[in-house]
Design a protein around this ligand. Structure first.
Ligand code: FAQ
Length: 318
């Protein structure tokens, strides 16, 4: 009996395209175009780095939480972000990426993380506003990714989104409590909203016309919506929440458009976004320095884990 003919690259590509068109998932052992693999590694690594670097702004307040209850809540949230980073690094590993190498690139500044985490947390109201706006934006962006075409990424997103929705609610609950408090607390919440609103809109990425990756990622169903679609969805979802809270969103152009059945809103400062991406945001240097220090100080843990695994396999350590 003669062996079955090997599949040609064209056949494999055809099968890959058909799987995507059928809304089925691409799994790690399936054939995939190198561009698809590279896009996913880029996006998932950037997402994982964001979760890990994203622990720093709120972690900054752990020792100064105003009560034991608030401290326990914040501690749990920051730990959740660490967990999200780990699921995502694992998803990247299924594509052949090396986790140590991804961390090396983050620390070397050759891989990005979300712009939002380069802004400082100046008051405790920022903990609430990050939960409300930053986790709110993250959910808006990530719920569609539960239908991303790459199986391990889509499945990681399901669990992450469940946890993020609690994060969003804890932020909103904290802000509701502050808004029921003193004039000083209300002013603190408003001042925080004023600082975080525009950077939260920038989280969705550049406008579609300036987004080099969107068209390809949409065709591959890695992304399910464009940056502008999701930004609009976030604004429409958030305006009524701001009204219920009693805060003003700092955008004079924000107005309901009855024809579009959506809110019109102003243009974010894209020059500021560009500067943050180039490493010139208010906290870029601090965030990466902290990450590098933590990595260096954790070297002994990694070495011990490797030695332990080797001993378990009954192999000599060196
Ligand atoms: N910051 O062509 P596009 C969280 C880059 S997790 C930095 O539009 P794409 C949870 C982009 O990578 C937040 N860089 O790119 C949490 C590309 O650069 P490259 C993270 C950005 O990939 C909450 C270039 O600009 N979430 O918050 C940003 O199609 C609270 C051109 O852009 C994710 O990563 C940005 N904001 O669309 C944790 C979600 N935007 O690589 C702690 C998954 C764009 O070509 C506390 N990612 N860039 O050199 C995505 O959905 C997409 O990757 C986008 C960007 C939408 C972020």
């Amino acid at each position: 009996m003669s062996a079955a003919p090997a599949c040609s690259e064209t056949d494999l590509e055809h099968e890959f395209d058909a799987t995507i068109a059928r809304e089925q998932r691409i799994e790690p052992r399936d054939w995939m175009p190198e561009g698809y693999r590279a896009t996913l590694i880029r996006q998932i690594a950037q997402h994982a780095h964001s979760e890990i670097i994203g622990m720093q702004p709120e972690g900054n307040w752990l020792t100064r939480a105003p009560s034991l209850r608030r401290k326990a809540i914040l501690m749990a949230k920051v730990q959740d972000e660490a967990g999200h980073g780990l699921y995502l690094y694992s998803a990247a590993e299924t594509l052949g990426a090396d986790r140590a190498e991804l961390t090396r690139r983050l620390i070397a500044g050759t891989q990005k993380y979300s712009s939002i985490f380069n802004y400082p947390t100046l008051t405790y109201a920022d903990v609430g506003v990050i939960g409300w706006l930053v986790d709110g934006a993250a959910i808006c962006n990530q719920v569609p990714l539960c239908r991303s075409s790459f199986g391990p990424y889509a499945r990681a997103m399901i669990r992450i989104c469940k946890e993020e929705s609690f994060h969003q609610r804890q932020g909103y609950e904290l802000l509701m409590t502050m808004m029921r408090g003193t004039d000083e607390q209300r002013a603190m919440v408003q001042e925080s909203v004023d600082r975080w609103w525009w950077p939260s809109l920038m989280m969705f990425g550049p406008p579609d016309a300036d987004s080099p990756n969107t068209a390809r990622s949409m065709a591959w169903r890695v992304k399910r919506n464009t940056n502008d679609e999701l930004r609009q969805r976030f604004v429409d979802m958030t305006v009524p929440q701001a009204q219920a809270l009693g805060v003003t969103l700092p955008d004079p152009d924000l107005a309901w458009n009855a024809e579009r059945e959506a809110y019109d809103f102003g243009v974010p400062d894209w020059a500021e976004f560009g500067a943050v991406l180039k490493g010139n945001g208010p906290c870029n240097v601090e965030r990466i320095t902290n990450r590098r220090t933590a990595h260096e100080e954790g070297a002994w843990v990694r070495e011990a884990a490797v030695a332990f695994a080797a001993r378990e396999r009954k192999e000599p350590t060196q």
